[in-house]
Design a protein around this ligand. Structure first.
Ligand SMILES: Cc1ncc(COP(=O)(O)O)c(C=O)c1O
Length: 383
C-alpha cells in the first residue's frame, strides 16, 4: 500500500511498556501515574454515569467544563477568555495538537519543532502535507539546562514557515520557559505570519517556586497561539484522554472545523464530572507542584548514589539521567537492556530527535508510588 506515513513505526511508549510487561519490569517509561485520581472526582464520574450524563456532549464541550476552564485561565494567567468562542474540549491533548496542526498547516508549509520533540507532532504535520523542520534544544557552558537556540530559530524562519510548536514544561527534558523567553519569542515572530502551537500539558507541574509561563499570559503571543492542555496529567487520569484548546476566536473557529470531523464531541460523563470537580476543588492543581516536587526530590536523592549524572527537572514528571559514565551503548539498546536485565524501563531520548544526540540520556517517569521509586533507584544504583 502507498502509505501516508512511511516513517511511522510503533511509538516508543508502546514498545517500552510492552517490554516492561514482558519482563515484569518497573515501568518508569510511559508518562502515567501509578496512583488514582481523587476519589471525589471518581464519585462525580459515577454520579454522571448514573444521572443522564451519557449522551453526546456539545461539539465544543460541556458548557460547565468550558466555564471552569475559562475561570482557571483567568485566575492563573490573567486573561478573560470567552468559553463559547475561545475554549474547545478535545479528545486528549493529542487530538488538540492534531486538529490545530490540520487547521493551520497547508501542503508545502514548514513547521518548526524543537528536538527532543514529542512524537505526535511530526506525523500530524506530515498528514497535513507540511514539512517538519527540527531545531535541537542546546546546552551551553553558561546555560547548562536545555534551552532554545534563539539565533537558529530566527535564521530558520522564512516565507514558508507557518507554525512553531513549543512544549514547555518540556517533555522529556523537564525544562521550562521564563517570562523573558516569551518576550524574545515575541520579538522573533512579530513581523511574521507565523502561528504558535503551545503544548502546555504539564502547565501545573513546575517546581522550585517558578511560575508556568503560559502563552495565554502574553498579550502578543496569545494573538497567534493555540494553547493545548490535558486533564490526564493534571488529575492523574491519562486514560480518560480529555484535554482542551484555548485560542483567540478566529483560531478557535478554524480549530473547531477540524475537531468536529476528527471526533465531533468528547466523552460526556467525564466532562460533566471534570467541570463539577474543577468548580468545587480549584486547589487540586494548586497542590500539584509540591506533590510532584517531593517525588522529583525523592527520586533525585535516591539516584544521586548512582553513576548516572543529572540536573533535577524544573517541571513535568520526568527526570533525565545521563549514563555516559557507565557505557557508550546507544540509548535505545541500553534502555531495552536495562528493562531486560535489571527490570527498570525508561525512554531513550534519541527517538525524539531527528539527529541522534551525542550525549547518552534516558528519561524516567517519577509519577509513581514511592516504593516503586525506591526499588527502581536501588536497581539503578547497582549499575
Ligand atoms: C508533551 C505531551 N503532549 C501531549 C501529550 C498527550 O496528551 P493526552 O494524553 O492528553 O493526549 C503528552 C502525553 O504524554 C505529552 O507528554
Amino acid at each position: 500500500m502507498d502509505t501516508k506515513l512511511p516513517d511511522s513505526g510503533t511509538t516508543i511508549f508502546a514498545v517500552m511498556s510492552a517490554l516492561a510487561i514482558e519482563h515484569k519490569a518497573i515501568n518508569l517509561s510511559q508518562g502515567f501515574p501509578s496512583f488514582n485520581p481523587d476519589q471525589a472526582l471518581l464519585d462525580l464520574v459515577t454520579h454522571y454515569l448514573n444521572n443522564n450524563g451519557n449522551q453526546y456532549a456539545p461539539m465544543l464541550g460541556v458548557p460547565a467544563l468550558r466555564q471552569s476552564i475559562a475561570e482557571k485561565v483567568s485566575m492563573l494567567y490573567g486573561r478573560s477568555v470567552d468559553p463559547d468562542r475561545e475554549v474547545t474540549v478535545c479528545d486528549g491533548a493529542t487530538e488538540g495538537l492534531f486538529s490545530a496542526i490540520q487547521a493551520i498547516v497547508h501542503p508545502g508549509d514548514e513547521v518548526i519543532v524543537f528536538d527532543p520533540a514529542y512524537d505526535s507532532y511530526e506525523p500530524s504535520v506530515t498528514l497535513a502535507g507540511g514539512k517538519t523542520v527540527h531545531i535541537p534544544l542546546i546546552v551551553t557552558t553558561e546555560k547548562p539546562d536545555f534551552h532554545i537556540d534563539w539565533e537558529r530559530l530566527k535564521d530558520s524562519i522564512n516565507e514558508k514557515t507557518r507554525l512553531i510548536i513549543l512544549n514547555f514544561p518540556h517533555n522529556p527534558t523537564g525544562v521550562i520557559l521564563s517570562a523573558a523567553d516569551l518576550d524574545v519569542l515575541a520579538d522573533i515572530v512579530r513581523d511574521t505570519k507565523v502561528y504558535l502551537l503551545s503544548d502546555e500539558v504539564y502547565e501545573h507541574i513546575v517546581f522550585d517556586g517558578a511560575a508556568h509561563q503560559s502563552f495565554i499570559r502574553h498579550d502578543e503571543l496569545w494573538q497567534r497561539s493555540f494553547v493545548i492542555s490535558s486533564f490526564g496529567k493534571t488529575y492523574h487520569a491519562t486514560g480518560w484522554k480529555v484535554g482542551y484548546c484555548v485560542a483567540p476566536p478566529a483560531l478557535s473557529n478554524e480549530f473547531r472545523k477540524i475537531h468536529q470531523w476528527v471526533c465531533y464531541a468528547v466523552v460526556s460523563p467525564i466532562q460533566h464530572a471534570l467541570g463539577d470537580y474543577m468548580a468545587r476543588t480549584p486547589d487540586h492543581y494548586a497542590a500539584l507542584p509540591a506533590f510532584y516536587e517531593e517525588k522529583r526530590d525523592r527520586f533525585c536523592a535516591l539516584v544521586s548514589e548512582s553513576r548516572f549524572r543529572f540536573r533535577p527537572a524544573n517541571g513535568t514528571f520526568f527526570q533525565i539521567l545521563d549514563y555516559s559514565n557507565i557505557t557508550d551503548e546507544d540509548d535505545v539498546s541500553y534502555a531495552k537492556r536495562l528493562t531486560r536485565e535489571i527490570g527498570v524501563a525508561s525512554i531513550p531520548i534519541s527517538v525524539f530527535c531527528e539527529q541522534t544526540p551525542a550525549s547518552r540520556k534516558l528519561r524516567f517517569c517519577f509519577a509513581k508510588d514511592d516504593d516503586m521509586l525506591v526499588e527502581a533507584a536501588g536497581r539503578l544504583c547497582q549499575l
